[in-house]
Design a protein around this ligand. Structure first.
Ligand SMILES: Cc1cc2nc3c(=O)[nH]c(=O)nc-3n(C[C@H](O)[C@H](O)[C@H](O)COP(=O)(O)OP(=O)(O)OC[C@H]3O[C@@H](n4cnc5c(N)ncnc54)[C@H](O)[C@@H]3O)c2cc1C
Length: 385
């Protein structure tokens, strides 16, 4: 850090996942212990979601991570961390017990509710703005190893009813149930709608809770079945193959109204690539019971994160694929909350960073001045000191 400062070089912190990644922050390591009710795991910089899931599930434990197992754990956590267990146990950052960080002036600090509590507040969503986090200790919860999860797929001719069903069912879901959904193109080239369900609890209870959803509207495929949690956490990896081109633009929603659904359904069929989709990722539940100013992560009132994901191969098709995603974002914009998840931001300008932090932005600026007044850590979704 001292050399970087003297040379005025801006370090880029990365866990290797992002396409711009150049170097890792370390080999990564996990240690977990079962000591219920206070089970915890310590993960070091460079660890991936898959590392944490494997190490904790070996003890029948888990905590909230994301949907793609090769995402960097610390990067995901510092921005929030939205995943299947969020509805029941909160964001990944909500499960942070403590963190170890190297500051811009080369000191090693610990942050927790009792030590450097202001920094600890900022590490709950403030990203890599304050320093290089070398380790995080997470609170763990009993889970699995087998859970009930999978998807229901509906034909396009039923899409309006299926989106309505998803909006109603997900809005009433108990904390243990997480449901995401997507407008998709099916392998036969027809468009469709898919609801993914996951229940964090006993299998018989899960069957009971999911029965009304499975019986409400006939799907073309019902792929809900018992599966190992570790396997489930890797199931989404195939949707984001390495070497493709990606673009997405996200916004939070409080609800999925009929007008919002109609706007998306009317625009979706113009999708240029069959790999692309539009996703609703459920938040709410335990995430929204934390007050918005209690952590840097501000958009607690949201019920869904929502975004078109464009995936294609040919650089010559960049324009049309990016344009489609921007149009899908734009048609939904009148129904959005104005907020965005910082970890879903690309290079979208400072106003969008502010939108990620809302009323917490000014407090983040104060923290940035305290821990990185020269803005050494600026190659990120930057809080300006
Ligand atoms: C395919 C895909 C799927 C995703 N799915 C989800 C999901 O389900 N849920 C979800 O919440 N998010 C999801 N995300 C978003 C993800 O949380 C962000 O991309 C996150 O920034 C990834 O962190 P990383 O370490 O892998 O990436 P990197 O590019 O390595 O890091 C991103 C940023 O995080 C910061 N950072 C990383 N490591 C450190 C560190 N040790 N210390 C300080 N700062 C650090 C830096 O500012 C860095 O610029 C997904 C992203 C992708 C690409």
């Amino acid at each position: 850090m001292r050399i970087c400062r003297s040379r005025r070089e801006w370090p880029e912190i990365t866990s290797l996942r992002h396409p711009r990644a150049r170097a890792g922050v370390g080999g990564g390591g996990i240690a977990s212990r079962r000591n219920t009710p206070r089970a915890a795991a310590r993960a070091e910089g460079g660890a991936l979601l898959a590392d944490l899931d494997a190490a904790t599930q070996a003890h029948g434990l888990a905590t909230t991570t994301g949907l793609n197992s090769d995402t960097g754990l610390i990067g995901l956590t510092l921005g929030g961390g939205i995943g299947r267990l969020g509805h029941k146990h909160g964001l990944s950052c909500d499960n942070m017990v403590s963190a170890e960080m190297v500051t811009a002036d080369g000191r090693v600090l610990n942050a927790s509710a009792h030590e450097n509590a202001d920094l600890f507040w900022g590490l709950h969503g403030g990203g890599g703005n304050f320093g290089i986090v070398t380790a995080i200790t997470y609170r763990l919860h009993p889970l699995g190893p087998t859970v009930l999860a999978g998807s229901l797929v509906y034909e396009w001719k039923r899409v309006r009813g299926a989106v309505r069903l998803y909006a109603d069912f997900s809005a009433r879901a108990p904390d243990a149930l997480n449901t995401d959904a997507a407008l998709i193109t099916m392998p036969d080239g027809n468009h469709g709608f898919s609801i993914s369900a996951f229940y964090a609890g006993p299998l018989d209870e899960a069957e009971r809770v999911l029965q009304p959803l499975r019986q409400a509207l006939p799907p073309v495929a019902d792929r809900i079945a018992p599966i190992s949690y570790v396997q489930l956490q890797k199931a989404g990896d195939a949707s984001f193959p390495r070497g493709r081109r990606f673009y997405w633009k996200a916004q939070f929603l409080r609800q999925i109204t009929e007008a919002a659904a109609d706007a998306l359904i009317d625009r979706f069929p113009f999708v240029p690539s069959p790999r692309s989709f539009f996703v609703f990722q459920q938040v709410g539940g335990a995430i929204s019971r934390v007050p918005a100013t209690a952590t840097a992560y501000a958009n607690r009132a949201a019920a869904y994160d929502s975004f078109p994901v464009s995936i294609w191969s040919d650089p010559a098709a960049d324009e049309e694929n990016i344009a489609w995603a921007r149009e899908m974002y734009a048609v939904l914009r009148p129904f959005g909350m104005g907020g965005v998840y910082v970890n879903n931001l690309g290079d979208e300008g400072h106003e969008r960073v502010r939108a990620a932090y809302g009323e917490n932005y000014d407090r983040l600026v104060m923290l940035k001045r305290k821990f990185d007044c020269d803005n050494l850590f600026r190659l990120n979704q930057n809080v300006h000191p």
